[in-house]
Design a protein around this ligand. Sequence first.
Ligand code: FES
Ligand SMILES: [Fe+2]
Length: 344
Amino acid sequence: MDDAAAPLREMWYYAFPSAKLKPGRTLARVYLGEPVLFGRDADGTPFALRDICPHRGMPLAAGRFDGHEIECCYHGWRFDSAGRCTAIPALVPGQSFSPGRVAIRSYPTREMQGNIWVFFGDDPSTAPAIPEIEGFDDASPRLVESVAFRASIDHAVVGLMDPAHGPFVHLAWWWRSHRSIHAKAKAFAPSSWGFTMVRHRPSANSRAYRLLGGAPETEIVFCLPSIRLEHIRAGRHAVYNLTAITPIDDETSEINHCIYWTSPWLSALKPLLRPYVRKFLHQDRAIMERQQQGLRWDPPLMLIDDADTQAKWYYRLKREYRRARAENRPFENPVKPRILKWRS
Ligand code: FES
Ligand SMILES: [Fe+2]
């Protein structure tokens, strides 16, 4: 994978819903091609360490965690949740090697609104903030679906924001059919680390929105590295769809879709909602996995105006993020306000 296609560093990435990490437990994952061991200590604080023992490479996930320290299963070296080595059982009193000289890489970790995020880079203070779901304080998502599929981060992001595949990929009786394809015109504006599809009334063929009651209005924000936040407002109620893509390695990505809502109607409909969300994501997975069969031959690809303009912006934003950091200057958003028109 060349540098341009590699995932951005100095970024927060979505890991998983908070509920997956119980106090005193660990969870092993691979993100951005690195083995990461997540843990939650006895008082509830999450942490993340490189999942490799610095002694002889044993995965720490195979060891024991007592809620404070992880003990490697091979020679019993112990590490605290910051990655500092606290004990080497094989040492004899008086030997000069000190455990304090050994440390494992630790990843900044943050728990926010029911999700765990992990930072890949050196300095979170200069990176884009984790997007916040306004008005939901520390509420957790009511529904989370995660799907891993074979697609690099770029293809996953571009596939996610692509407005033109809906009528062909997301066919369903309850949503729409080929025949419902319409001309669309949407206003876009730059926003922090990305761009926003300005608040508007969704088109009449988005039947599912009517379930919310009232006349819905929606705003969709994309921000680096790979986050989409859709805010639907209908009367007194709000629904937020947070979609975050995390690269697993060069060829695999994971889409995490979190839904927050206030509407009691949606709570009542939740058992029906989950299969729909799942079906939607699996349609994306199926199409992107099929695309891999063609990408294997490394064909030249096209991005057309206006349907693929968001994809072009994504590549430009990513390039600018890297350049601004390399040149040690402020990020300059390359997106200009524009109306995009397409049929979908
Ligand atoms: S490999 Fe971990 S203690 Fe030896
Ligand atoms: Fe899709």
